[in-house]
Design a protein. Structure first.
Length: 163
């Protein structure tokens, strides 16, 4: 496997496998929830994202770059594209969403995802762009059975899209 995007995608998977193996080797109960929050990137508010970037220390020239990247994006729709009577909508400014295909898209989405801060004391969240894995491990079955519904409730409360 080479470097770049493929290598980046393997890190969360490797982390998940290592944590699962460690739990099973210690005779813990282990279970995972695997989600693809496909529409999560469409829910990202640019102003909130820029605020969080500042909180994480992205200021100065870097912050100006992100503002320019986010605030200069527009879209329009094409109706009946394949017919001889296609029409175009007016251009509209994009105020929500982080482009998925662009290199900056997945890292920017991570800045808006507070899920690990909320559930990491009772589970192991592993996030890459819109792919979220939540691993539960516990040696105490009673605590284990309480943790799963708690994480579902918190995840639904704080996530941009619902599970």
């Amino acid at each position: 496997m080479g470097s770049g995007q493929n290598q980046l995608q393997l890190r969360p998977l490797t982390h998940l496998l290592m944590k699962s193996k460690m739990a099973l080797n210690n005779k813990f109960t282990a279970e995972g929830i695997f989600c693809n929050l496909e529409k999560a990137s469409a829910c990202v508010n640019h102003d909130i994202l820029l605020y969080k970037l500042e909180l994480y220390g992205v200021t100065g020239t870097e912050n100006v770059f992100y503002k320019s990247y986010l605030h200069t994006r527009y879209k329009r729709l094409v109706k009946n594209k394949n017919s001889s009577y296609s029409t175009l909508s007016y251009w509209a400014k994009i105020e929500h969403s982080v482009p998925h295909s662009f290199l900056l898209g997945p890292p920017l989405l991570l800045y808006t995802n507070d899920l690990p801060l909320i559930i990491n004391n009772i589970s192991i969240p592993i996030i890459f762009a819109d792919d979220t894995s939540i691993l539960f491990t516990n040696s105490n079955l009673t605590n284990y059975n309480k943790d799963i519904p708690t994480v579902f409730k918190l995840t639904n409360k704080f996530s941009p899209t619902k599970f």
